[in-house]
Design a protein around this ligand. Structure first.
Ligand code: PMP
Length: 438
């Protein structure tokens, strides 16, 4: 019996043994195309010699120093570089070890910011249904996955949920995409009025929704309207780029494509590209300085914040991303999306093919015409995952059971180093999988 607490405790998965480029190999030598980058993590693929060398050099020089005593050169460098790349006025970077920690820090920072300003009545967050912001209690509270929260209710953070911007299911006949975006964005205004804007801290959203919806990008104008509403009511905009950030959608920051700025942004996954656990919360100087000039102490912290080795990995990853890989992600993403359309565009069980860059989703439905989802009891997503895995393809299917409102989907998030030949390999393995399951 394995003593590792397995994620799904009824089964023990095979051991991953090695990784090279876009492939992983299990202990029996079976090859898997990493079509999901794990969970949209491995943007550089596996075995990148430059990242490995940077980690080795940093471990040899200084593996770790606690941030209550020291900052470090890799942390300073990574913060400078992220600030230089980020849209808007995100000028302070708080390094953590992963996505949930980044979101948790963001929620607490936002709350403390208003406490420092004397606005203690602000306790409420507004987020969106069918979103995911992490598994720690605060992050979980802002997530829109009802089934994930059920066992832990009541959760500490006070949150209400509005609709996501999900044109495939939300846009009505005769309604333009733009009007649809304005209509769902205006749900924020309605919700603010319902709960009282003076009680609200922030609106939290993923610019491109990942795990729960499957690479659903907003329609044009949606986030501009959201920003306007936040500004009108003096609430913060927290954008969670843990999954869609770090180049995944074809620009280093996904929200840069919306032409808006955020007050707080969270990143993780692609920042360490799987080589080190690292995440970050970025905020405006105004938020930072309000706390610095008040109690002077952000009431938060973890042992591994600003970890020098993790930051060294982040620097090496960032060099690769800005050195051409984000561009390759955008180009390969266009090619992969076109290939998916040409192979599955008329498939009776594929309702929608969407996404940006190498962050792509296929929505799987029982009936393409009516968009009727498969009965969740059929567990289509589970079968897709298992069959793709058997076919040597890692993809990231999620179920229509999320709030019972949507179809199953398959999320693809392959490494940015993929080349033309891999487009065909993904499509072929997916076809074999769909032929067997759908
Ligand atoms: N936010 C988003 C948008 C995510 O996709 C995830 C992870 N899937 C998280 C937060 C949580 O990140 P982690 O699993 O690293 O805690």
């Amino acid at each position: 019996m394995s003593h590792v607490f397995a994620r799904h405790s009824k089964t023990t998965p095979p051991q991953a043994a090695t990784g090279k480029g876009v492939y992983l190999y299990d202990a029996d030598g079976k090859q898997y195309f990493d079509g999901s980058g794990g969970a949209a993590v491995s943007c550089l693929g596996h075995g990148d010699p430059d990242v490995i060398a940077a980690i080795q050099a940093q471990v040899a020089e200084l593996a770790y120093a606690h941030t209550s005593f020291f900052t470090s050169a890799p942390a300073e460098e990574l913060a400078d570089r992220l600030v230089a790349e980020a849209p808007g006025a995100l000028e302070k970077v708080y390094f953590v070890s992963g996505g949930s920690e980044a979101v948790e820090a963001a929620l607490k920072l936002a709350r403390q910011y208003f406490v420092e300003k004397g606005e203690t009545s602000r306790r409420h967050f507004i987020a969106r249904r069918q979103s995911y912001h992490g598994n720690t209690l605060g992050a979980l509270a802002t997530g829109g996955n009802v089934w994930r929260k059920q066992a832990f209710a009541p959760i500490m953070v006070d949150t209400s949920l509005i609709s996501p911007c999900y044109a495939y299911r939300g846009q009505q006949e005769g309604e333009s995409a733009f009007d649809y975006g304005q209509r769902v964005a205006n749900e924020l205004e309605t919700e603010l009025e319902r709960v009282g804007p003076e009680t609200v801290i922030a609106f939290v959203a993923e610019p491109v929704v990942g795990a729960t919806l499957g690479a659903v990008a907003p329609v044009e104008g949606y986030f501009k309207r959201i920003r306007e509403i936040c500004d009108k009511h003096g609430i913060l905009l927290i954008l969670d780029e843990v999954m869609c950030g770090m180049g995944r959608t074809g620009s280093l920051f996904a929200h840069a494509q919306e032409g808006i700025t955020a007050d707080i942004v969270t990143i993780a996954k692609g920042l360490g590209a799987g080589y080190q656990p690292i995440g970050a919360m970025m905020c405006t100087r105004e938020i930072h300085d309000t706390i610095a000039g008040g109690t002077g102490f952000f009431q938060h912290g973890h042992t591994y914040i600003g970890h020098p080795t993790a930051c060294a990995a982040g620097n090496a990853v960032l060099s690769k991303l800005t050195g051409g890989l984000v561009k390759n992600c955008a180009a390969m993403g266009d090619r992969l999306q076109a290939a998916l359309h040409s192979e599955f565009g008329q498939h009776p069980h594929i309702g929608d093919i969407r996404g940006r860059g190498l962050f792509l989703g296929l929505e799987v439905v029982e009936d393409r015409g009516s968009k009727k989802p498969f009965d969740p009891a059929k567990a289509v997503n589970k079968k897709l995952k298992q069959t793709a895995f058997a076919n040597g393809l890692l993809c990231y299917p999620m179920g229509g059971t999320v709030d019972g409102q949507l179809g199953d989907h398959v999320l693809l998030a392959p490494p940015f180093i993929m080349e033309d030949e891999h487009v065909g390999e993904i499509v072929e393995k997916l076809k074999k999988t769909f032929d067997a399951v759908l």
